[in-house]
Design a binder for this molecule. Structure first.
Ligand SMILES: [Zn+2]
Length: 137
């Protein structure tokens, strides 16, 4: 699903909407694109069923990295994509990004169909790199 079909924040209530009114369309588009249309807390992708609540389609909002009450500003560097679940605080995920070691452990234990799904996703995300033949020394 492409970004054009995103329903960004239409009808959403609460803080996020107020914030997003203050942020220009350009900055919003920039932040969403930079974040790969992926929630930066839980990894849910815009337009796809939410991984922790399959009954909901993921909708992305823009949130602050550092809250304004803590001195954060509205610049693109202090903004990130958050899904409605995380934005509502409904999900209680850690903010830490998983390390590559932890990811590899999970991926190695996964079913091969899941591994292939990850491979496909990575190839779509990194088309140039996926075509390069890399040989380990
Ligand atoms: Zn999320």
């Amino acid at each position: 699903m492409g970004p054009t079909s995103l329903e960004l924040c239409a009808g959403a209530g609460g803080q996020a909407l107020g914030l997003e009114r203050a942020i220009s369309k350009e900055v919003r588009a920039f932040v969403l694109d930079r974040n790969g249309f992926t929630c930066q807390m839980c990894g849910a992708v815009a337009g796809e069923p939410h991984p922790y609540d399959q009954s909901r389609n993921t909708r992305l909002h823009i949130g602050h990295v550092i809250d304004k009450s803590l001195g954060g500003d509205d610049s693109a560097t202090n903004l990130r994509a958050l899904c409605s679940v995380c934005n509502e605080g409904a999900a209680n995920f850690t903010l830490d990004r998983p390390s590559s070691m932890k990811l590899m452990i999970q991926i190695r234990r996964a079913k091969s169909t899941d591994q292939l799904e990850i491979l496909q996703w990575l190839m779509d995300k990194y088309p140039e790199q996926s075509h390069k033949v890399t040989k380990l020394p």
